[in-house]
Design a protein around this ligand. Sequence first.
Ligand SMILES: NC(=O)c1ccc[n+]([C@@H]2O[C@H](COP(=O)([O-])OP(=O)(O)OC[C@H]3O[C@@H](n4cnc5c(N)ncnc54)[C@H](O)[C@@H]3O)[C@@H](O)[C@H]2O)c1
Length: 364
Amino acid sequence: MNGGEGAYEKAAHSVVVAPSALLAYTRDILRGLGATRTDAQQAADHLVSSNLAGHDSHGVLLLPYYADLIRRGTILLDTDPEIVIDRQNVLVMDGRFGFGQVVGSVAAALAIERGRKHGIACVLGRNANHLGRLGAYTTAIADAGLVALLFVNYQGGDQNVAPFGGVERRLTNNPISMAAPSARGAVVLDMALSVVAEAKVWLARARGERLPEGWIADANGNASTDPDDFFAGGSLIPLGGKEAGHKGFALIVLVEILAGVLTGGGVCRADAPPVFSNGFFLVAIDVEPLLSVGCYAAEVETLREYVKSSRTLSDVDEIVFPGELEARSERQRRGDGIPIERVTWEALADLGKQVGVEFSGKTQ
Ligand SMILES: NC(=O)c1ccc[n+]([C@@H]2O[C@H](COP(=O)([O-])OP(=O)(O)OC[C@H]3O[C@@H](n4cnc5c(N)ncnc54)[C@H](O)[C@@H]3O)[C@@H](O)[C@H]2O)c1
């Protein structure tokens, strides 16, 4: 029972690659596309870390998409994020359409620095390109000893969610992530506010698979398991699904206001600009001014142990605490390598050829 990519565990992955070789290949392709050394390294790190965490939908699968964004001038290569408002513990950043991974990392570093200084800090951002896997930023903040809350919306590109009770796309599946430090690795929530992230529909299409029921509706609002129905004007179903989608829908609207209105990044609208960007609302809360680190850690462990001690359903081996799946996946894939579906591997090879980069590692 895994709400994440466990559904794909049986998929026929045809290539297994060592993380370091995949990282070098990804970085070199990004360099070939014109990214600076630092940006290429940071974006590649982020993509491969998503594969390591088991979130293949936000890993190197996205590279051809990013290449397209670079070629269309949506990701700008000669730009740096800028702080446009600085009130010490409230900051607004303009990502100036650079790599989302670079903007997100700068925001996370600022949140840590100002959070430690003031006890709590809020970093708002607009005009970032695709931020990728949000858990990467919140986990970095939690690993530095602060609790992180991150809410993201997006501008431009296609809206992908119909409002609860509606048929037409009017919203996006705004993702959120929260992470808290813990002695046994960060406790992390990281999810889109639709039943699943759109990239998982792409991944299913790439793998030629049908979708589990309840992920999407077709263009007439009827439930569908065919990924092509989504691309033919269908929509992602808000978190909570058919019965309780009003909860996901309301969350999406509120995140739209936090990440789209307060940041100045913009909200879903009929005349939305064609250029894609993520807006984000990031809060970092330092634990130390509130209670001793020892007391905090003990309480979190009490909670973990109590929650995990529940008897399980007959088809479930154990209760999984938020963030454990990603940490386990990372440990396993660091040792065994990262499985990549053939179609994605071929797309990377194609892209590599276009920019004169060859994979120099071994594949299994
Ligand atoms: N940048 C963007 O614009 C954007 C947009 C949408 C999604 N995303 C990213 O997409 C990724 C995937 O999102 P998703 O909604 O498909 O996530 P998901 O459904 O795979 O996982 C959601 C959360 O549930 C946890 N989880 C899964 N199975 C579990 C179990 N059995 N027990 C306990 N916890 C479990 C996961 O660890 C994760 O924290 C996220 O990393 C998100 O940040 C990014």
